[in-house]
Design a protein around this ligand. Structure first.
Ligand SMILES: [Zn+2]
Length: 266
């Protein structure tokens, strides 16, 4: 619609001239506007760029700062880790030392402990009672060999065994309790056990060959670890079938000593 009106008006010269002026003015205006707009945009761009560059510089500084802090933190962490590990190692070492000391103390406490051997004359089970030299601790091992779970004679060994000892003391018969022959020479564990088993056999030969409702103190002063003689005695007596197995046990012990630990010719 606008196009058609213009083409009609342009037929007239004064109009054409006026239009040309108008157009030139409009073009100039447009050009000015454009230039100023461009300048403004350039200015804006420059400002933005300046701002960006400024921000970039700030950002770089911040990054550098952060990196520095990070390195510092890493260093601190590494140190702390080292300290933590050192602490853990120290704790572990302390625990080991404590265990070693306790073990050493236990060995020390039981060093020089002596063992008494008892025999129940009802069910014919054997009991080993070890006592520390200071008499503050005792350890009971048993029953070994034949044992009747329902036996009331040796049902409470920690009460019965010391009572048996005190009866023997009261009778002044402690000299009759068998003990291993002392030997100052260095002997193997089996040789020590053989000497102790020999003392136990000796003690058993002194018992009456009948059952009774008592417990007998058959040997004393065993200085080796009781485990080996207890095991041997237990296995020998578990194999005996007689009602009163004393002869069988004594014979078994003597045979064991003969085969396993023959006496060295002196
Ligand atoms: Zn018994």
């Amino acid at each position: 619609m606008g196009g058609r009106v213009w083409s009609w008006l342009l037929e007239f010269a004064p109009v054409r001239e006026a239009v040309r002026r108008e157009v030139r003015a409009a073009v100039d205006r447009v050009m000015d506007d454009t230039e100023s707009a461009q300048a403004k945009q350039r200015e804006r761009h420059r400002t933005t760029l300046d701002q960006s560059q400024h921000e970039l510089v700030e950002l770089r500084a911040k990054v550098a700062e952060l990196l520095g802090a990070n390195t510092e933190l890493r260093g601190e962490l590494a140190e702390r880790d080292e300290a933590t590990q050192r602490e853990a190692e120290e704790r572990e070492e302390f625990a080991h030392r404590l265990v070693r000391e306790q073990e050493a103390a236990a060995v020390q406490q039981w060093h020089g402990a002596t063992t008494d051997v008892f025999c129940c004359q009802t069910c014919w089970s054997f009991w080993f009672l070890s006592t520390t030299p200071d008499r503050t601790s005792c350890m009971m091992r048993g029953p070994f060999g034949r044992y009747d779970m329902g036996c009331s004679v040796c049902a409470e060994p920690l009460m019965v065994l010391p009572a048996t000892k005190s009866v023997v003391y009261r009778k002044g018969a402690e000299d009759r309790v068998s003990r291993p022959i002392p030997d100052d020479g260095v002997r193997s564990e089996i040789a020590v056990a053989a000497a102790e088993l020999d003392a136990i056999a000796e003690g058993l030969t002194r018992l009456p060959k009948v059952s009774s409702r008592t417990t007998a103190w058959v040997a004393t002063g065993l200085i080796g670890t009781p485990d080996l003689p207890a095991k041997v005695l237990g296995e020998i007596s578990a194999r005996t079938t007689m009602a009163v197995p004393l002869d069988g046990i004594v014979a078994g012990i003597r045979a064991f000593i003969e085969v396993r630990a023959p006496r060295q010719p002196s």
